[in-house]
Design a protein around this ligand. Sequence first.
Ligand code: SF4
Length: 678
Amino acid sequence: MAPGYAGKILRIDLTKKSISTIDTEKYEEFGGGHGIASAIFWDLVADQLPFDAFDPRNPIIIMAGPLSGVLVPAGGGRCEVQGLGPQGYPIEWYTRSNFGGRFSAQLKYAGWDGVVIEGASRDPVWVNIVNDHVTIENAKMLWGLDVIETQEEIARRVIPNFKFGEWALLDDNYTTQVPAMLCTGPAGENMVRFASLVHGAGSGAGQGGFGAVFGSKKLKAVSVIGTGAVTIADPKALVEARLWYRRFQWNPDNPRDPEMMKPGFGLFNFAPGGGNVTNRSIPLEPARFAACASCTKACRQKLAGGIGNESTCADTIFAAALQGTRKDKEKATDLLQGYSLNAFHMPGIMSYINALYKQGLLGPGKKIDCDLPMHLAGKPEFYQAVMRKVAMREGIGDILANGLPRAAEAWGRYQEDTSSGLLNVPYWGYTEHYDARLQVEWSYATLLGDRDINGHGFNHPIHWMPESMIRAKMDPYWPADKMVEIISSKMIPYAGDPFMLDYSEGPTGIYSEHKVKQVAWYRHYNSFFLDSVLFCDWMWPLFITPTSPDKLGPTPEGEVRFFNAVTGKKATFADLMEIGRKIWNLDRAIWVLQGRHRNMEVFANYVYNVPTKAPYTLPIYEKGKWSFSTNVGRTLDREKFEQWKTKFYEFEGWNPTNGWPKRGTLESLGLKKVADTL
Ligand code: SF4
């Protein structure tokens, strides 16, 4: 098998209780991760679409990538999950999610590139993978446990008498590792449409609702441990690339620019531990930095108190907004993870019901009857109650467990509240990540796809860097004109067009052909490098960085050096972007079979009707000059956006009438059988 790949993918049918393998080689052209998963999904069920996410035919596909388990900075520890996602609205689109930790590394060390799970069991089960030995185990005693209890119990069953720091006998070999487990908690068991999958203490595949898909299959967990290794094509080139990469790393003992250490700069300074926002105020809780396998950024924290460990980003932002002590907030993150609730959707639930309560529409005996202590909103008693009711589908939690758009629809409020912006679900029922009227590469790419894209490659340098530095009364470390020049020079194959980064409403801005190229680049890059090779979105692409001597980042050189060193291929960045384009078109074809049409690709009404109020820094080009603007008062123009969509479809080789990929486009990408099916 080609270096970087284990060579086989595990296939489990929970209805038939059968276990078989798929050769990875058959799908290697898709690179790994999401690309391979989409190709397998297509082969298994495309001819049966549409059906819904809880149909036993929905395969849930968990994939590693070629760099998983290899010492590639922020490239060896992510794992990709896909299938039909019950969170999507109004259609449960084929979608994806991603989590960090050590699961994908263990999968590779056990000799597998991925796991495809089909069918549904009648009784609760978990899957036990120890190298080549795979069994489907009884999970009756695990059903009802939270994700931490579940993992502790499975770890005991896989390696009884395991002691940390000592060698344990495993499958005729020895290990110091505990198994890596991916599981769901009560929310998944109760098929809460935004239930997550959790690995370890705080790594979660949140968006999409794959915890609920596990629940629908009566699958509690997948556990894996291996004692093998990953074959590297060119170890010398890998070590050289790794040493070269040191120039982009934060050195905690001798930071290049101590000014950049401000806690508010955590999203773009690449200092370790920056992903946990509950532990930022003095006095800090002692912590050590924690990382997914191989990551040098180590954005997580392991806290001395042992609560809230490894939660990062959305999980801690959610908790930081709650009332109570730091301990209360850390407990809230653990509760969220324990139930397996999506940290991005749950805060939206809380703020929406609170807004309805304040308007007198929701509460005990109100039009929307509610059995929650709404007068305590934000306090521990409130958030503990709401999480429990949603996870267990008790009382009002039963409606809320179907997700925000479906709850609003059941209450007859969807149209009104998405028009006013009270309910900010701009695309496919997912809550707004960044303002859809402003961070438009994000919102456009999401609307043309399936879920909140959650790709920070542009957002970190063009928004957070200037925004945070200006707020701190510092000059951005690159001025707007230099920044757009540098970033655009790295955007192969469209390099050299700085107007791709113009967020003005002018002729080169958000409705222009330049924005078409940026969104296409973003989707193709993410499809290959983030979702399939599994570089981490919190680190890659890295265009600019305060940590290198010239403040330039490793993109596009880094991605190619690591990929080629591990796989032995001699690909260029443009070659790999072309595979991303192929995967993006394959996904598009799946959505077409689910009913996608350009008429559906419209934002919620508030995006077009309600002007933004808060300042939001982005680069704009106006009157012949680049500057960072705060862009207050922005709405999207419906007609101009429709014209922009036409330009985008034509650029991608899709039919502008319906948004479907044209036969010629698919055939030129080697997707003739996809074209034949469409
Ligand atoms: S940046 Fe954070 S989430 Fe990403 S791989 Fe590193 S430790 Fe994991």
